[in-house]
Structures are given as structure tokens and as C-alpha cells.
Design a binder for this molecule. Structure first.
Ligand SMILES: Cc1cc2nc3c(=O)[nH]c(=O)nc-3n(C[C@H](O)[C@H](O)[C@H](O)COP(=O)(O)OP(=O)(O)OC[C@H]3O[C@@H](n4cnc5c(N)ncnc54)[C@H](O)[C@@H]3O)c2cc1C
Length: 372
């Protein structure tokens, strides 16, 4: 039986869903607000875990291609004291493929493969309960009808209100992101400082993380506790002003660490919002959510992994019960809520420890999760 299925959003979750559906010979309409795949910079690297993101890729038949593209050496992690002393310098063994990193753009292209996306389709509202299906409203005034609408439209989902009144709340922690290009040639001392993977420096209520991406690109994340209006008087386009307020905030930290901020080009402010830890909803026929739309949590390396596994499992559930679409969705939701609740607790507790007044807490967390 062919169902008319739309997925809103072509992030890792929406694409994993559509790709596994494609593998099961069931086309899905992908509705994406961005006008083109490269309309926005794709963001930093993602580490895909065995049993989560990698399992989703296996379900999509893409694990071999992922292994060829991903960078196992980027699992390396170095921790420094704010005075620059190296406290930990962990490197993966050559065969270690627990959490290899991949550029978001490469992951998107891998998942996209033969799929067609309807770019520039900005969904404003999803209304279940119509006689012939679920109504999808677009910003340009058009409407379409589907048997199932999957909301994979991220933190500020426009699909979510169809099933849940809950909206994300601010964690009290914010991030300012910057980046450096061509680091091996232009900033060799910073290339050495960051190494092959990531480098983190923990202070009281703040941290600074740098992550090597492919092509000599380094992403830098300054993360700290601050009121939501921290940046109200700061124009993000005024790189000098943002840089100087960050340097004030990290005053006293070692020079090479602060160079990561000094050399940063553009700055982007990303306050961390989350959904409640056990966000569920009363099942609504014809609409479901996955990924950040369902369970936005602190960014501690799980979100994209969970979104992809949600997508792959939902597709498999639908393919396994073609005559019982509603039953498949109910079963998927129960499974997703259980897994997401567990990870939301882990990442919420993790964020508290990373932002603790005592930086030793953050290092203890690293020691607990890092394989020896
Ligand atoms: C700094 C940072 C680092 C992170 N690092 C990691 C990591 O290492 N590992 C990890 O697993 N996770 C990581 N995450 C979390 C991860 O990025 C998210 O959890 C993941 O992207 C969620 O995927 P998604 O498909 O649910 O949503 P998204 O990736 O947010 O995709 C949503 C898509 O929906 C589209 N969309 C939105 N609204 C509409 C609309 N109205 N109409 C149509 N389309 C719409 C958007 O344009 C977008 O393409 C990190 C997050 C941050 C902020």
C-alpha cells in the first residue's frame, strides 16, 4: 500500500528517514525551507557512534561509504588547563571506529544520494484531522495533503504544535562560535595546539573547545553561563566587539588558547535551548516528530545520532507494517521516547558538569566516558 508521506526538514534525521524509506522502495516527499543545499554553512563535524548514527547508516546501506569518508583520527581529544598545561591527550587506536567524525556537508551528501528534495518549501503549519489527510501549509500560501507528516524540522519545529504545545527553554548556557581557515599554513601553532581532533579547556562556568574539520578548517566554540540577553548590546556582525567581549570573559587564560578567539573570523551566537527531559505527547494520527523536533537536548554529541536512528527506525517500522501505518507510528514513538529520555538525562547532567564552578568535574566526566 502506498501512503502519501512528507518529511519536513532535510537535516540528518529527515534524510535518514527518507533514505531508508527509499531503500524499502517507498518514496517520501522531502520539504525543506532552505532554498538550496549550500544556502547555509553546514556547521561543524559530527561524531557518529556505533549503535546510533552508524546503525542508522547501516539500515540505509551506507556504512561502507561512511567508513571511507569519515575521519577516525579526529576522535583524538586533548584537554588543557586555562594556563595551557596539557592535562589529557587521548588518541584513538588505528582500528578504533567507535565515534569517527564526518563533516556535516559530507554526511548530508551521503544521505541525499538519489533523493530529491523540494528546496525552498517553508512549512508554517501542519493541521491533522482533515477529511482526506493532514494539511501542510506553506509560507507562500499553498497547501498540500498527506497521509503522514513527519516533523524533522529541528529545534523550532513548525510541525511540533500539531502534537504538543511544548516549546524549548533556555538552559542558561550560551555558545559563541567562530572559525579559522587554512590553519596548517596560516596558524601552524594553533594547528599543533588543536591536534587531529578536538581540544577543550575548562574553567569555572565556561569552556573553550576547538575542533579540527576537514580542509584545514577549525571550529571554535566558547561556551559559558550567561543570561539570554547577554548579546543584546552586541552586534554579531561586529567581529571586533564580540572578540573583545570574549577576551574579557576568558581573561587570564593562556595566550595560545586565546589566539583561537583572536584569529577567529566571523562570530555566531547560539544560546542553548532544550525541550523538557521526558517530552512526549498524546499520539495524533497522521503526524509524528523525530530528532531535535521531538527531543532537543544539550549538544553533547548525541543529537544527530539520535535523529538519524529515529529516522531509520521509523522508516523500518512503516516498511514492516504497510497495512497499519498508525500502529507502526505508535510503536516507533514508544521506542523513540524511551531512548530519547535516557539520552536527555545523560546530556543534561553532562552539561551541568561541563559548566560546573569546579573544572575538575568536567575532566572527571571526560575520564568516565573516554575509552582507556
Ligand atoms: C555546536 C553543536 C555541535 C553539535 N555536535 C554534535 C555531534 O558531534 N554529534 C551529534 O550527534 N550531534 C551534535 N549536535 C546536535 C545536532 O546538530 C542536532 O541534534 C541535529 O542536527 C538534529 O538533527 P535534525 O535532523 O533533528 O534537525 P536539524 O539538523 O536541525 O535539521 C532540521 C531541518 O529542518 C529544516 N526546517 C526547519 N524549519 C523548517 C520549516 N518550517 N519548513 C521546512 N524545513 C524546515 C531546517 O532548515 C533543517 O534543514 C551538535 C549541535 C550543536 C549546536
Amino acid at each position: 500500500m502506498r501512503h502519501r508521506i512528507a518529511v519536513v526538514g532535510s537535516g540528518p534525521g529527515g534524510l535518514a528517514f527518507a533514505r531508508v524509506m527509499h531503500r524499502h522502495d517507498h518514496p517520501v516527499t522531502i520539504l525543506e525551507r532552505d532554498p538550496a543545499p549550500d544556502a547555509r554553512p553546514p556547521g561543524g563535524m559530527l561524531d557518529l557512534h556505533q549503535g546510533l548514527g552508524q546503525l542508522a547508516l547501516e539500515k540505509a546501506g551506507l556504512l561502507g561509504e561512511f567508513e571511507a569518508l569519515s575521519r577516525p583520527e579526529a576522535q583524538a581529544m586533548r584537554i588543557l588547563d586555562p594556563d595551557g598545561t596539557v592535562l589529557r591527550d587521548w588518541r584513538p587506536r588505528p582500528q578504533d571506529r567507535a565515534n569517527p567524525e564526518i563533516d556535516r556537508g559530507q554526511l548530508r551528501d551521503l544521505l541525499l544520494g538519489p533523493l530529491g528534495v523540494r528546496w525552498g518549501r517553508d512549512v508554517t503549519r501542519v493541521v491533522p484531522g482533515a477529511r482526506d489527510g493532514v494539511l501542510v501549509h506553506f509560507a507562500d500560501g499553498r497547501q498540500e495533503t498527506y497521509d503522514l507528516v513527519v516533523g524533522a524540522d529541528g529545534a523550532w519545529s513548525r510541525t511540533r504544535p500539531a502534537v504538543s504545545p511544548v516549546t524549548p527553554h533556555y538552559t542558561g548556557v550560551t555558545t559563541v562560535e567562530t572559525s579559522l581557515d587554512d590553519v596548517d599554513t596560516r596558524h601552524p601553532h594553533l594547528a599543533r595546539l588543536v591536534g587531529d581532533g578536538s581540544m577543550a579547556v575548562y574553567g569555572a562556568h565556561r569552556k573553550l573547545v576547538a575542533q579540527r574539520n576537514s580542509g584545514g578548517h577549525v571550529k571554535v566554540y566558547a561556551q559559558f553561563r550567561a543570561p539570554l540577553d547577554w548579546h543584546t548590546n552586541l552586534d554579531p556582525a561586529d567581529a571586533e566587539a564580540v572578540r573583545s567581549s570574549l577576551l574579557d570573559l576568558y581573561d587570564g587564560w593562556a595566550d595560545p588558547v586565546l589566539d583561537l578567539v583572536r584569529q577567529g573570523t566571523t562570530f555566531v551566537h547560539r544560546p542553548l535551548h532544550v525541550l523538557p527531559v521526558s517530552h512526549t505527547w498524546t499520539h495524533v494520527a497522521g503526524v509524528t516528530l523525530l530528532g531535535d523536533a521531538a527531543h532537543l537536548m544539550p549538544p553533547l554529541g548525541a543529537g544527530a545520532n539520535l535523529a538519524m536512528l529515529d529516522g531509520a527506525e521509523l522508516a523500518e517500522a512503516i516498511a514492516a507494517a504497510p497495512g497499519d501505518l498508525d500502529g507502526a507510528i505508535r510503536a516507533f514513538e514508544e521506542q523513540m521516547w524511551a531512548r530519547a529520555g535516557k539520552w536527555a538525562k545523560i546530556t543534561t547532567a553532562g552539561l551541568e558538569r561541563l559548566m560546573s564552578p569546579d573544572p575538575a568535574e568536567a575532566i572527571a566526566l571526560f575520564d568516565e566516558v573516554q575509552p582507556s
